[in-house]
Ligand binder design. Structure first.
Ligand code: ZN
Length: 398
């Protein structure tokens, strides 16, 4: 199986400056390649492909030995492939009948990662096995950079990426053949409900990770962003405000990942089968329809609750959590089952009667068919769990 490991880098000031230049050159390459594709299409109706752009790299490097020529050919190819991926996603969305925006030019601060697609090609992971926490990564054009290796790394390195988060630099190793660490069976099955107050709640009523730390950082982040909005462009104070926002963003991301890892670990330790709702990410980001009040104004439509910083942090948190959970479940030999949540909140878990009127309030469920009464979340959880188990049986029978 494939997993990634992320470590803090400890570059010297010279190396940090080289990272910044490396990132900037890769960003410019990305933007130039995007411009090339857009112009060719606008002027001649020609769709430029990755292969043609990759073939031009040779000339770009030869023409700019002190600039683009400094970096690894493969990392530049990876950047071009990234653009290609953005275009493919764009065309997929067009084919699906949506109207997506074209891939965008990346401004400074919107391009934070450079990838070296193969260990040994412009980059080299140097593990220092005799030392408990040290390691180095050697990168073309940057040098031999110290890594704070806070945990053991398993498997063989496939790709190496360097990532900027605020003022810090990280290396991300993607590894193959990481041995699976199967856990003994517990005989327990859980349905998890992803919520706002806690990341996830199991059908046994356990709340995994309260998001208090995250909420504190999120409100600090909101304050920092308001502060940034009031600063004049180009001013020194604006520069500081930008750095603070970036640092807080990175902190929120780290806290969210940490919480997600802990919650996922608790789940795979405790349960053999974990059932969850499929996340409707498109639905979560769609704006609520305005509700006119008939007097020229609008009634509350809960848009405020559906948007905003807090919400977007939570949404991203859920999908990140599910990704982590699926990796841990695979590694531990656990089953993760996704269930479409349609109608689970309005269907009676005792008799199967499905009606809108069953849901009396947000919290109360009372079946109009058989009179079954329960907490609405519990009723929905039972339905989801049952649907998940039915899916599993069907899969085993096939
Ligand atoms: Zn009923």
């Amino acid at each position: 199986m494939r997993r990634s490991f992320k470590f803090l880098l400890r570059p010297t000031s010279k190396q940090a400056a080289a990272f910044a230049r490396c990132l900037e050159d890769h960003r410019q390459l990305y933007n130039a390649a995007l411009e090339h594709r857009r112009t060719a299409y606008r002027k001649a109706g020609v769709a430029v492909r990755y292969g043609e752009q990759s073939a031009e790299l040779k000339h770009i490097r030869a023409d700019d030995p002190g600039g683009q020529g400094r970096w690894s050919f493969s990392s530049q190819q990876a950047t071009l492939r990234r653009l290609d991926k953005a275009y493919r996603a764009f065309f997929d969305r067009v084919k699906a009948g949506r109207t997506p925006g074209l891939p965008r030019f990346r401004g400074r601060g919107w391009f934070d990662t450079v990838e070296w697609p193969k260990d040994g090609d412009g980059c080299r992971w140097d593990c220092q096995p005799e030392h408990p926490t040290a390691a180095f990564v050697r990168l073309q054009g940057v040098g031999h950079v110290r890594v704070h290796r806070h945990r053991r790394v398993l498997g063989t390195v496939k790709t190496i990426s360097v990532k900027r988060e605020g003022a810090r630099w990280f290396v991300v190793l993607s590894r193959d053949d990481v041995p699976a660490h199967t856990l003994p069976a517990t005989g327990a099955v859980a349905d998890i409900d992803m919520g706002v107050a806690s990341l996830a709640t199991t059908s046994d009523g356990d709340h995994l990770d309260n998001q208090r730390h995250l909420a504190t950082s999120a409100s600090r982040l909101a304050a920092a962003q308001r502060n940034l909005a009031g600063r004049k462009r180009g001013s020194k104070r604006r520069g500081k405000a930008v750095a603070r926002v970036a640092a807080l963003h990175a902190k929120v991301r780290r806290q969210r990942l940490d919480a997600a890892h802990k919650a996922a670990l608790a789940l795979v330790r405790g349960y053999d089968v974990i059932v969850h709702e499929t996340l409707n990410v498109a639905g979560m980001t769609r704006r609520a329809a305005p509700k006119p009040d008939g007097e020229g104004g609008y009634l509350p439509n809960r848009q405020a609750a559906k948007s905003g910083l807090n919400k977007s942090i939570l949404d991203a948190g859920w999908s990140a959590f599910l990704t982590i959970l699926s990796h841990k479940a695979e590694s531990a030999g656990r089953q993760l089952i996704a269930v479409n949540p349609a109608n689970t909140s309005r269907t009676c878990s005792r008799c199967g009667h499905c009606a809108k009127d069953n849901r009396v309030t947000q919290a109360v469920f009372r079946c109009t068919g058989c009179g079954f009464c329960a907490h609405a979340d519990v009723n929905a959880a039972i339905n989801i769990l049952r649907a998940g188990l039915a899916l599993r049986e069907a899969a085993q029978a096939a």
